[in-house]
Design a protein. Structure first.
Length: 144
């Protein structure tokens, strides 16, 4: 898939790299404070840029901790939260529109253990910041 000139510019200017779940990202903050969790020691919180171009749907995944999505620019992103039982993850979901206007909100929460993915529903791309607390570790990511 060819990226638009604007998406290419943002990838270059923000120094983003491809994310395993789809889209582009860069970690911008990792708290120096550490805490003990049931999965081991983690940073207090982490923060990334996450850019998703239109026409790309991120993989359905689950993060062990709360993830707060903060709209940064572009169009509207549908962060889709799926039912917890594996039988329905691919079909039934609730939409959490990230952006401004038409029912979208500038921040959305995906609670710890939620199965979700994201897709741009308006515009060429959506740019978000995603904060995870306790801090994100790829060991805490499960993809469908």
């Amino acid at each position: 898939m060819a990226l638009s000139a604007e998406v290419q510019r943002l990838v270059a200017e923000l120094h983003l790299k491809e994310h395993p779940e789809g889209g582009w990202y860069r970690e911008t903050y990792r708290s120096p404070m550490q805490l003990q969790t049931p999965k081991g020691e983690r940073s207090l919180a982490t923060l990334i840029y996450y850019l998703l171009p239109a026409g790309v749907e991120s993989r359905i995944h689950c993060v062990s901790w709360d993830e707060i999505w903060l709209w940064q620019g572009g169009g509207v992103l549908d962060v889709r939260r799926y039912r917890a039982d594996t039988e329905h993850r691919k079909g039934e979901y609730s939409s959490h529109l990230l952006g401004y206007g038409a029912g979208a909100q500038p921040q959305q929460l995906m609670p710890a253990g939620s199965w979700f993915n994201a897709v741009v529903v308006e515009g060429d791309y959506a740019l978000a910041a995603c904060m995870v607390a306790p801090g994100f570790d790829f060991a805490d990511l499960t993809m469908l």
